[in-house]
Design a protein around this ligand. Structure first.
Ligand SMILES: [Zn+2]
Length: 308
């Protein structure tokens, strides 16, 4: 099984506790509770090799509102709760760690900590963006250890569950060449696989064919699922595919890409383009295709690969 950064079963989500408010309250006021804070979208980290998630004792913020704490699960010997501390001055968190953008610092974290912080970030952003009921406008209240938001108006009572936006990401190849594209805002030479959100009423395979067609004009056949990567920026789940090209003419049909081209393994060996970061699902898709070639080179070992 291919596991990517932010994914993998790296901590116990302790879902059996979510419906037990009394037990959650007892854990939160006990010695095994640790807070996983986020401040205005940034995660709190402890510097080191590797970096780790800063786990803060509840003594640090005794007046914290327990309804704002989202149960993440068991990590190390602790019960961890995500909490949004955006309302306090940044300096109050500085003594507990260093605030950082998880997208940039994720590769420097151990797998367990990266997965824990990704989960914390996704849930807290969902809470922040869904404070009110989408049906009647009344305030939502947290239930289920923070994994359910329910409308506070008893006549409505609508429940919402954490939002996840599925997006396909696909490496199309014709055997010796693969299809990569670039956006105008990217640094020169940077190319990546084709990606886009799944639309309502579509299967994943439909989305693969549509996105590749819209962005490059190339028709694909036989999409094959590869692996997935949680991408909590803010709420995506990247679903990776390989697909074969059914034709080869590139026509940029929408505004999404500035350029799309077919690249050979030799182009990549020669460093003609810069590939996505090594921890991304995009790199892994390119890698799997590249390593199938006759060149005998392994993409992970190429110093020029993955140099964004
Ligand atoms: Zn409502």
């Amino acid at each position: 099984m291919t596991v990517h950064l932010f994914g993998g079963k790296h901590f116990d989500r302790a879902a059996e506790l979510r419906s037990n408010l009394t037990e959650i309250g007892e854990i939160l006021s006990g010695p095994a509770a640790r807070l996983v804070p986020m401040h205005r979208g940034r995660s709190l980290l402890q510097p080191g090799e590797p970096m780790t998630a800063a786990l803060v004792t509840t003594d640090a913020w005794r007046d914290i509102d327990s309804t704002r704490c989202v149960l993440l699960g068991r990590h190390l010997e602790y019960y961890c709760f995500a909490v949004d501390m955006s309302h306090v001055p940044e300096e109050q968190l500085a003594e507990h760690g260093q605030l950082a953008d998880l997208r940039l610092s994720g590769p420097m974290l151990g797998d367990d900590d990266a997965a824990l912080l990704a989960c914390a970030r996704a849930l807290l952003l969902w809470h922040r963006e869904h404070q009110f009921c989408g049906r009647c406008g009344a305030r939502n209240e947290a239930h289920g250890g923070g994994h359910v938001l329910r409308c506070s108006d008893p006549d409505c009572g609508r429940s919402q569950f954490p939002r996840i936006d599925p997006a396909i990401i696909v490496l199309v190849d014709d055997g010796p060449r693969c299809l990569l594209g670039r956006q105008a805002s990217w640094p020169p030479q940077r190319y990546s696989t084709i990606a886009g959100f799944v639309e309502p009423g579509e299967s994943l395979e439909d989305a693969v064919a549509r996105e590749v067609g819209e962005e490059t004009g190339v028709r694909v056949k036989d999409p094959i699922y590869h692996s997935s990567q949680p991408w909590p920026f803010p709420s995506s789940l990247m679903l990776g595919f390989h697909a074969q090209a059914a034709d080869f003419n590139i026509t940029l049909r929408d505004e999404e890409l500035e350029d799309a081209r077919w690249f050979t393994r030799r182009d990549i060996l020669d460093g003609v383009i810069k590939l996505p970061p090594r921890v991304s699902i995009s790199f892994r898709l390119i890698e799997e295709w590249f390593n199938r070639g006759d060149e005998g080179a392994l993409l992970q070992r190429l110093p020029s690969a993955g140099s964004w």
